[in-house]
Design a protein around this ligand. Structure first.
Ligand code: FAD
Length: 401
């Protein structure tokens, strides 16, 4: 039976109080803004302990089956808990790949053994997951992935490289798309999908420095790394279908994620604060009609993004184009964040050039860092151009070319 309004209100109060009481103190070092920017060990361990605490309190994986470590409760309760995490701006959940796409994938397509082996460790952050999709020459063109997984008895032998592996340095497992059949006439049919251990001979993870000067993603090299055939998820040769199911979870196009947030997004109210403090022609910038106009547009956009995600859950409202909101939410949300950060920088005038670490930087340079980082979500998980293509073809029914 789904909870009634009184139950939901009581639950909201409970969650609110818990996060107010338990939010971790400022660690005294710079925290990453999203799971894609977890670079140092101190950042990682701090965030891992936090996720563990949230899970132990019962506010993560609330709607996942109880027998594997989930809460066995309603999705509505999880949504309330997640919204409260966002509202209170508590640190994000670091095991995002596990919580939001590897986990739902395993629950949907994994064997009983795989569910028993992996789900609880995803929720309590004991086992961090990373994703091996992109390759140096094949990112958007995922179907062309070339990393080899050659069958050898009851094993596969991995050779090649994956790139931009977020969390790779700290991950215990990877979801991996690899080529098992070089002779397949259709490139998609030569692919298989694996759940692989990262800490084995033949796998080497090399960090890549980002625009911000920080780390977070890596290049992962495979040289004769041997994995058991039990690492396969789905059929050998059926990897493309599994990869598409994974991407649907990753982009939020289907539900089933464990909940929790994966990044510290900026809000327009913070930019309004900035516009009050910044000067334009000797007056507070917020008094400038052009700036006010931009702010109002951003406020409307932020509001419509929030209302859209609520609307997506009310079936009659989306019956005409099912999935349209879910399929556009990554594109709309990530591009909004990029524009919001860009506008925040423009308010700082020439001072926008000061970066983190410079005593002249406004609010310790957090907007500059946030602007650079805001590009991450417009690229990772499929670029905005690719998202436009998907919406054009699958929602609007436009031809492929
Ligand atoms: C912060 C961050 C974290 C990431 N984390 C991971 C990770 O953990 N695991 C992982 O596997 N990958 C990860 N990625 C990689 C990401 O998925 C790829 O960067 C992305 O899919 C684009 O691939 P690419 O970089 O090879 O660019 P390309 O595919 O070479 O694209 C270059 C440009 O061409 C455009 N383009 C390409 N094809 C088309 C087309 N058909 N139509 C229109 N435009 C097109 C693209 O939009 C882009 O602007 C991450 C990326 C970032 C930025």
């Amino acid at each position: 039976m789904s909870p009634d309004k009184q139950d939901l209100d009581a639950f909201r109060r409970e969650v609110r109080a818990w996060f107010e009481k338990n939010r971790p103190a400022d660690p005294g070092f710079l925290l990453p803004q999203s799971f894609m920017e977890v670079g140092t060990d101190e950042q990682f361990y701090f965030l891992r302990d936090w996720q563990r605490k949230v899970y132990d309190a019962g506010y993560l994986g609330m709607a996942w089956p109880k027998e594997y470590g989930g809460g066995g409760k309603s999705q509505t309760l999880q949504d309330i808990a997640t919204r409260e995490m966002v509202r209170q701006k508590v640190p994000f959940m670091t095991n995002t790949i596990g919580l939001n796409w590897a986990g739902p994938l395993i629950l949907n397509m994994g064997s009983e053994d795989q569910k028993n082996a992996y789900i609880k460790g995803i929720l309590n952050a004991e086992d961090i997951w990373c994703q091996g999709f992109s390759e140096p020459d094949n990112g958007s063109d995922l179907g062309n992935a070339q990393l080899r997984a050659e069958p050898d008895g009851k094993e596969f032998v991995l050779n090649g490289s994956k790139i931009w592996t977020s969390l790779g340095k700290h991950a215990k497992y990877m979801i991996l798309l690899a080529r098992t059949n070089l002779a397949a006439t259709n490139k998609y049919e030569g692919l298989s999908f694996f759940l692989i251990p990262m800490k084995i001979a033949g796998i080497d993870v090399v960090p890549i420095r980002k625009l911000t000067g920080e780390f977070g993603f890596n290049q992962t090299f495979f040289a004769d790394a041997r994995i058991s055939e039990s690492c396969l998820i789905g059929q050998e040769g059926g990897g493309w279908q599994v990869a598409m199911a994974t991407l649907a979870f990753e982009r939020g196009a289907v539900g089933g994620q464990a909940g929790g947030h994966s990044m510290m997004s900026k809000e327009v109210s913070e930019v309004v604060r900035l516009a009050r403090a910044a000067q334009r022609n000797g007056h507070p910038a917020i008094e400038d009609p052009v700036i006010r106009d931009r702010l109002v547009q951003l406020i409307m956009e932020e509001r419509s993004l929030a209302l859209n995600s609520a609307r997506a859950r009310i079936k009659p409202l989306v019956a005409e184009r099912p999935g349209s909101i879910d399929m556009s939410s990554k594109l709309a949300g990530s591009e909004y964040q990029r524009r919001l950060n860009q506008f925040a920088l423009s308010l700082q005038g020439a001072n926008a050039a000061y970066y983190v670490g410079d005593k002249n930087a406004y609010e310790r340079g957090q907007w500059q860092r946030s602007y650079f980082n805001s590009f991450s979500a417009t690229i990772g998980g499929g670029t905005s151009e690719i998202q436009h293509n998907i919406i054009g073809e699958r929602v609007l029914g436009l031809p492929k070319s």
